[in-house]
Design a protein around this ligand. Structure first.
Ligand code: ADP
Length: 244
Protein backbone atom coordinates (compact mmCIF):
# COMPACT_ATOMS: atom_id res chain seq x y z
CA UNK A 1 0.00 0.00 0.00
CA UNK A 2 1.00 3.61 -0.37
CA UNK A 3 2.54 5.54 2.50
CA UNK A 4 -0.66 7.39 3.29
CA UNK A 5 -2.36 6.20 6.45
CA UNK A 6 -5.58 4.26 6.18
CA UNK A 7 -8.71 5.67 7.71
CA UNK A 8 -12.31 5.10 8.69
CA UNK A 9 -14.56 8.02 7.88
CA UNK A 10 -18.17 7.79 9.09
CA UNK A 11 -20.57 10.52 8.04
CA UNK A 12 -24.12 11.10 9.28
CA UNK A 13 -24.68 7.45 10.13
CA UNK A 14 -28.29 6.71 10.98
CA UNK A 15 -29.93 3.46 12.06
CA UNK A 16 -33.67 3.27 12.69
CA UNK A 17 -35.41 0.22 14.23
CA UNK A 18 -39.19 0.29 13.77
CA UNK A 19 -39.33 4.06 14.08
CA UNK A 20 -36.79 4.17 16.94
CA UNK A 21 -33.60 6.01 16.01
CA UNK A 22 -30.74 4.06 17.63
CA UNK A 23 -27.94 5.88 15.79
CA UNK A 24 -28.82 9.48 15.07
CA UNK A 25 -26.42 11.07 12.63
CA UNK A 26 -23.02 9.95 13.88
CA UNK A 27 -19.85 11.21 12.22
CA UNK A 28 -16.55 9.71 13.29
CA UNK A 29 -12.97 9.60 11.99
CA UNK A 30 -10.38 7.02 13.00
CA UNK A 31 -6.91 6.91 11.49
CA UNK A 32 -4.44 4.06 11.16
CA UNK A 33 -2.46 3.72 14.39
CA UNK A 34 -5.24 5.25 16.46
CA UNK A 35 -6.64 3.11 19.28
CA UNK A 36 -10.07 4.68 19.49
CA UNK A 37 -12.42 3.74 22.30
CA UNK A 38 -16.16 4.12 21.92
CA UNK A 39 -17.78 4.66 25.29
CA UNK A 40 -21.18 5.70 26.60
CA UNK A 41 -24.10 4.45 28.67
CA UNK A 42 -26.03 1.28 27.83
CA UNK A 43 -28.31 1.82 24.88
CA UNK A 44 -26.19 4.68 23.51
CA UNK A 45 -25.89 2.93 20.14
CA UNK A 46 -22.30 1.66 20.33
CA UNK A 47 -22.97 -1.91 19.20
CA UNK A 48 -25.42 -0.71 16.57
CA UNK A 49 -22.68 1.45 15.01
CA UNK A 50 -20.43 -1.60 14.70
CA UNK A 51 -23.37 -3.64 13.37
CA UNK A 52 -23.94 -0.95 10.73
CA UNK A 53 -20.26 -0.80 9.72
CA UNK A 54 -20.14 -4.58 9.31
CA UNK A 55 -23.39 -4.71 7.32
CA UNK A 56 -25.49 -6.50 9.95
CA UNK A 57 -28.12 -3.77 10.15
CA UNK A 58 -29.30 -1.40 7.40
CA UNK A 59 -28.10 2.18 7.80
CA UNK A 60 -27.95 5.45 5.90
CA UNK A 61 -25.10 7.91 5.63
CA UNK A 62 -21.56 6.98 4.65
CA UNK A 63 -18.90 4.61 5.97
CA UNK A 64 -15.69 5.04 4.04
CA UNK A 65 -12.73 2.69 4.58
CA UNK A 66 -9.69 4.34 3.02
CA UNK A 67 -11.50 5.47 -0.10
CA UNK A 68 -14.01 2.64 -0.38
CA UNK A 69 -17.66 3.12 0.56
CA UNK A 70 -18.73 0.04 2.51
CA UNK A 71 -22.27 0.98 3.53
CA UNK A 72 -24.86 -0.98 1.59
CA UNK A 73 -22.55 -3.94 0.88
CA UNK A 74 -23.14 -7.45 2.13
CA UNK A 75 -21.52 -8.77 5.31
CA UNK A 76 -19.04 -11.06 3.53
CA UNK A 77 -18.07 -8.34 1.05
CA UNK A 78 -17.34 -5.95 3.91
CA UNK A 79 -15.22 -8.60 5.63
CA UNK A 80 -13.30 -9.09 2.38
CA UNK A 81 -12.55 -5.37 2.33
CA UNK A 82 -10.55 -5.86 5.53
CA UNK A 83 -13.19 -5.09 8.14
CA UNK A 84 -12.91 -7.51 11.07
CA UNK A 85 -15.08 -7.71 14.14
CA UNK A 86 -15.16 -9.53 17.44
CA UNK A 87 -18.18 -10.09 19.67
CA UNK A 88 -18.45 -10.01 23.46
CA UNK A 89 -18.69 -13.78 23.41
CA UNK A 90 -15.86 -15.26 21.40
CA UNK A 91 -17.07 -17.34 18.47
CA UNK A 92 -14.38 -19.90 17.85
CA UNK A 93 -14.80 -23.49 16.67
CA UNK A 94 -14.68 -25.20 20.05
CA UNK A 95 -14.05 -28.72 18.76
CA UNK A 96 -11.11 -27.69 16.59
CA UNK A 97 -7.56 -26.81 17.58
CA UNK A 98 -6.21 -23.28 17.75
CA UNK A 99 -4.26 -23.93 14.57
CA UNK A 100 -7.31 -25.28 12.76
CA UNK A 101 -9.33 -22.24 13.77
CA UNK A 102 -6.67 -19.96 12.34
CA UNK A 103 -6.43 -22.07 9.22
CA UNK A 104 -10.17 -21.87 8.60
CA UNK A 105 -10.09 -18.12 9.18
CA UNK A 106 -7.27 -17.87 6.66
CA UNK A 107 -9.68 -19.41 4.20
CA UNK A 108 -7.46 -22.22 3.05
CA UNK A 109 -10.49 -24.39 2.35
CA UNK A 110 -8.76 -27.48 3.69
CA UNK A 111 -10.74 -29.91 5.76
CA UNK A 112 -9.73 -30.45 9.40
CA UNK A 113 -8.67 -34.06 8.71
CA UNK A 114 -6.34 -32.96 5.96
CA UNK A 115 -4.92 -30.41 8.33
CA UNK A 116 -4.24 -33.06 10.94
CA UNK A 117 -2.42 -35.24 8.44
CA UNK A 118 -0.49 -32.39 6.98
CA UNK A 119 3.20 -32.71 7.62
CA UNK A 120 4.51 -29.50 6.20
CA UNK A 121 5.04 -26.37 8.25
CA UNK A 122 2.51 -23.78 9.28
CA UNK A 123 1.82 -20.93 6.88
CA UNK A 124 3.83 -17.78 7.70
CA UNK A 125 0.71 -15.63 8.20
CA UNK A 126 -0.66 -18.11 10.71
CA UNK A 127 2.67 -18.47 12.46
CA UNK A 128 2.87 -14.70 12.72
CA UNK A 129 -0.67 -14.46 14.13
CA UNK A 130 0.12 -17.15 16.71
CA UNK A 131 3.17 -15.20 17.78
CA UNK A 132 1.32 -11.86 17.97
CA UNK A 133 -1.44 -13.31 20.16
CA UNK A 134 1.19 -15.17 22.22
CA UNK A 135 -0.33 -18.61 21.68
CA UNK A 136 2.34 -20.55 19.76
CA UNK A 137 2.54 -23.07 22.58
CA UNK A 138 -1.21 -23.67 22.28
CA UNK A 139 -1.39 -24.33 18.52
CA UNK A 140 -2.51 -27.92 19.01
CA UNK A 141 -4.89 -27.24 21.89
CA UNK A 142 -8.60 -27.75 21.35
CA UNK A 143 -10.20 -24.28 21.35
CA UNK A 144 -13.05 -25.40 23.61
CA UNK A 145 -10.59 -26.06 26.44
CA UNK A 146 -8.95 -22.63 26.28
CA UNK A 147 -9.31 -20.06 29.06
CA UNK A 148 -11.79 -17.26 28.40
CA UNK A 149 -9.04 -14.75 27.62
CA UNK A 150 -7.27 -17.12 25.25
CA UNK A 151 -10.49 -17.57 23.24
CA UNK A 152 -10.73 -13.82 22.81
CA UNK A 153 -7.10 -13.66 21.67
CA UNK A 154 -7.70 -16.52 19.25
CA UNK A 155 -10.60 -14.59 17.78
CA UNK A 156 -8.33 -11.59 17.31
CA UNK A 157 -5.76 -13.90 15.72
CA UNK A 158 -8.45 -15.05 13.28
CA UNK A 159 -8.96 -11.43 12.22
CA UNK A 160 -5.22 -11.03 11.74
CA UNK A 161 -4.94 -13.99 9.37
CA UNK A 162 -7.92 -12.61 7.45
CA UNK A 163 -5.81 -9.49 6.87
CA UNK A 164 -8.34 -7.27 8.62
CA UNK A 165 -6.92 -3.76 8.71
CA UNK A 166 -9.98 -2.23 10.32
CA UNK A 167 -10.67 -3.88 13.70
CA UNK A 168 -13.97 -3.45 15.52
CA UNK A 169 -13.82 -4.99 18.99
CA UNK A 170 -16.84 -5.28 21.26
CA UNK A 171 -15.76 -5.25 24.92
CA UNK A 172 -12.64 -7.37 24.43
CA UNK A 173 -11.81 -7.57 28.15
CA UNK A 174 -15.29 -8.46 29.42
CA UNK A 175 -14.99 -11.25 32.00
CA UNK A 176 -11.19 -11.25 31.98
CA UNK A 177 -8.84 -11.45 34.95
CA UNK A 178 -6.58 -8.47 35.67
CA UNK A 179 -3.65 -10.33 34.16
CA UNK A 180 -5.60 -11.12 30.99
CA UNK A 181 -6.72 -7.50 30.75
CA UNK A 182 -3.15 -6.26 30.76
CA UNK A 183 -2.12 -8.81 28.15
CA UNK A 184 -5.09 -7.78 26.01
CA UNK A 185 -4.15 -4.11 26.34
CA UNK A 186 -0.62 -4.84 25.19
CA UNK A 187 -1.99 -6.95 22.33
CA UNK A 188 -4.26 -4.10 21.23
CA UNK A 189 -1.31 -1.71 21.27
CA UNK A 190 0.77 -4.05 19.13
CA UNK A 191 -1.88 -4.74 16.51
CA UNK A 192 -3.40 -1.24 16.67
CA UNK A 193 -0.12 0.44 15.75
CA UNK A 194 -0.55 -0.55 12.09
CA UNK A 195 -4.34 -0.78 11.87
CA UNK A 196 -7.51 1.22 12.36
CA UNK A 197 -9.00 0.15 15.68
CA UNK A 198 -12.36 1.00 17.25
CA UNK A 199 -13.07 -0.60 20.63
CA UNK A 200 -16.31 -0.58 22.63
CA UNK A 201 -15.40 -0.59 26.31
CA UNK A 202 -17.08 0.09 29.63
CA UNK A 203 -14.06 -0.28 31.91
CA UNK A 204 -12.76 3.26 32.33
CA UNK A 205 -9.49 2.14 33.93
CA UNK A 206 -8.75 0.17 30.77
CA UNK A 207 -9.79 3.09 28.56
CA UNK A 208 -7.53 5.48 30.49
CA UNK A 209 -4.60 3.11 30.15
CA UNK A 210 -4.83 2.20 26.48
CA UNK A 211 -6.98 4.67 24.51
CA UNK A 212 -5.22 7.13 22.22
CA UNK A 213 -8.57 8.86 21.77
CA UNK A 214 -12.17 8.48 22.88
CA UNK A 215 -15.61 9.08 21.37
CA UNK A 216 -18.44 9.39 23.87
CA UNK A 217 -21.85 8.38 22.59
CA UNK A 218 -25.22 9.09 24.21
CA UNK A 219 -28.69 8.68 22.81
CA UNK A 220 -27.32 7.70 19.41
CA UNK A 221 -25.25 10.85 19.05
CA UNK A 222 -21.63 11.84 19.57
CA UNK A 223 -21.55 13.73 22.84
CA UNK A 224 -17.84 14.40 23.09
CA UNK A 225 -14.56 13.42 21.48
CA UNK A 226 -10.87 13.78 22.19
CA UNK A 227 -8.21 12.49 24.57
CA UNK A 228 -9.34 10.68 27.72
CA UNK A 229 -8.50 13.79 29.76
CA UNK A 230 -10.46 16.02 27.40
CA UNK A 231 -13.67 13.97 27.42
CA UNK A 232 -13.47 13.45 31.19
CA UNK A 233 -13.29 17.21 31.68
CA UNK A 234 -16.31 17.75 29.41
CA UNK A 235 -19.33 18.77 31.55
CA UNK A 236 -21.69 17.05 29.08
CA UNK A 237 -19.91 13.75 29.68
CA UNK A 238 -20.00 14.21 33.44
CA UNK A 239 -23.73 14.87 33.20
CA UNK A 240 -24.39 11.64 31.32
CA UNK A 241 -22.20 9.53 33.59
CA UNK A 242 -23.35 11.05 36.85
CA UNK A 243 -26.97 11.14 35.68
CA UNK A 244 -27.12 14.79 36.70
P1 ADP B 1 -25.03 0.05 23.32
O1 ADP B 1 -24.17 -0.89 22.55
O2 ADP B 1 -24.45 1.44 23.38
O3 ADP B 1 -25.39 -0.44 24.68
P2 ADP B 1 -27.01 -0.64 21.35
O4 ADP B 1 -26.37 -0.23 20.08
O5 ADP B 1 -26.97 -2.08 21.70
O6 ADP B 1 -26.41 0.25 22.55
O7 ADP B 1 -28.53 -0.19 21.36
C1 ADP B 1 -28.95 1.12 21.02
C2 ADP B 1 -30.46 1.21 21.11
O8 ADP B 1 -31.04 0.50 20.00
C3 ADP B 1 -31.05 0.59 22.36
O9 ADP B 1 -32.12 1.38 22.80
C4 ADP B 1 -31.51 -0.78 21.90
O10 ADP B 1 -32.59 -1.22 22.67
C5 ADP B 1 -31.91 -0.50 20.46
N1 ADP B 1 -31.75 -1.67 19.59
C6 ADP B 1 -30.58 -2.33 19.34
N2 ADP B 1 -30.79 -3.35 18.48
C7 ADP B 1 -32.11 -3.33 18.18
C8 ADP B 1 -32.96 -4.11 17.33
N3 ADP B 1 -32.47 -5.12 16.62
N4 ADP B 1 -34.27 -3.80 17.27
C9 ADP B 1 -34.78 -2.76 17.98
N5 ADP B 1 -34.03 -1.98 18.78
C10 ADP B 1 -32.73 -2.25 18.89
Amino acid sequence: RSGRPQYLEIRDLRVVFDGFTAVDGVSLDVTQGDLRFLIGPNGAGKTTIIDAITGLVPATGSVNHTGTEILGRKVHQIAKLGVGRTFQTASVFENLSVLQNLDIAAGSGRKPLQLLRRRRGVEPAIEEALEIIGMEHLAGTQAGTLAHGQKQWLEIGMLLVQNSDLLLLDEPIAGMSQDEREQTGELLRRIGASRITLVIEHDMDFVREYATSVTVLAGGRVLSEGSVAEVQADPRVQEVYLGA
